[in-house]
Design a protein around this ligand. Structure first.
Ligand SMILES: NC(=O)c1ccc[n+]([C@@H]2O[C@H](COP(=O)([O-])OP(=O)(O)OC[C@H]3O[C@@H](n4cnc5c(N)ncnc54)[C@H](OP(=O)(O)O)[C@@H]3O)[C@@H](O)[C@H]2O)c1
Length: 254
């Protein structure tokens, strides 16, 4: 039995991962902001001994409190999954909200990774949930896509830095997934082509498989998403940006 901490675990991908890992006899601690959703999620988990922590990880005080928990509880696996997006033209969206998104997607993930890895032992694992948008471009979500490019690059480098210590680090890149994420981001999940969409359970299965194999520094989920990454390597960046804009929230604008 392993002690596993998952942020953003009251819904979507985080909750799907928690369900799978709990069914494999692990003890899960779920982190998110809303207590009612956390309690509902906790009640869905198979097995016993699971916990919840209320925390808004876009705020420094909450990150500091979780950092202390990481130092005292010594989790075997830490999954940095909490993240939000924002859809729209850069200057049409409040700067304050974009900075708050950067605090969650980049600063909290970096700070918590620092304290987790500082206290890690051989056999531990750190999973950072990025996005396939961090591998490409996505006009209409410029700041969000850039936060996820950070997560990918950061995680790949940490994979190398900690492998000799027997600690596995991986950046997991889901493509468009059927969760509340898109609504919260001010967008519409139906705007994505159906053939790229995955369920949170499909993404969670691939994340857990990566955690069990402990091999790659980066995992892109979904065959179509892997194909997209491969295909775009053969295109110019100009073509990639123009093509991705055609799928994005600003596609009807000039
Ligand atoms: N869905 C997609 O298409 C997609 C694609 C690629 C990557 N991703 C990434 O996958 C991760 C999970 O997204 P999802 O699709 O599962 O989203 P989701 O269904 O909206 O779930 C987000 C989870 O994060 C929690 N959360 C949000 N803001 C938080 C904060 N400030 N502090 C702590 N917890 C917070 C939410 O609970 P509370 O609101 O109660 O805090 C919820 O538990 C994110 O990092 C996202 O960027 C998603």
């Amino acid at each position: 039995m392993k002690k596993i901490l998952i942020t953003g675990a009251s819904d979507g991908i985080g909750l799907a991962v928690a369900r799978i890992l709990a069914s494999k006899d692990n003890q899960i601690t779920l982190v998110a902001r809303r207590k009612d959703k956390l309690e509902k999620a906790l009640n869905q988990l198979p097995g016993e001994g699971h916990h919840l922590i209320e925390a808004d990880l876009s705020k420094k005080d909450s990150v500091d409190a979780l950092k202390e928990k990481i130092e005292t509880e010594k989790y075997d696996v830490f999954i940095n999954n909490a993240g939000v997006g924002m859809y729209g033209r850069f200057t049409d969206m409040p700067l304050h909200d974009q900075v708050s998104m950067m605090n969650l997607n980049i600063t909290a993930l970096t700070v918590l990774s620092y304290f987790y890895l500082s206290n890690s032992k051989k056999g531990d694992a750190l999973v950072n949930v990025a996005s396939n948008l961090g591998n490409t471009s996505y006009p209409g979500a410029a700041t969000y896509a850039a936060t996820k490019a950070f997560v990918i690059n950061f995680s790949e480098n940490l994979w190398w830095e900690y492998k000799s210590k027997g600690v596995y680090v991986v950046g997991v890149c889901p493509g468009a997934t059927y969760t509340a994420f898109h609504e919260v981001a001010g967008g519409d999940k139906d705007s994505f082509p159906k053939f790229v969409m995955q369920t949170p359970e499909q993404v969670a299965q691939e994340l857990v498989k990566a955690l069990e194999r402990r091999s790659k520094p980066k995992v892109v989920t979904g065959t179509m998403n892997r194909f997209m990454v491969f295909f775009q390597k053969m295109m110019s960046r100009k073509m990639v940006v123009n093509m991705m804009a055609g799928f994005g929230p600003l596609k009807d604008e000039k």
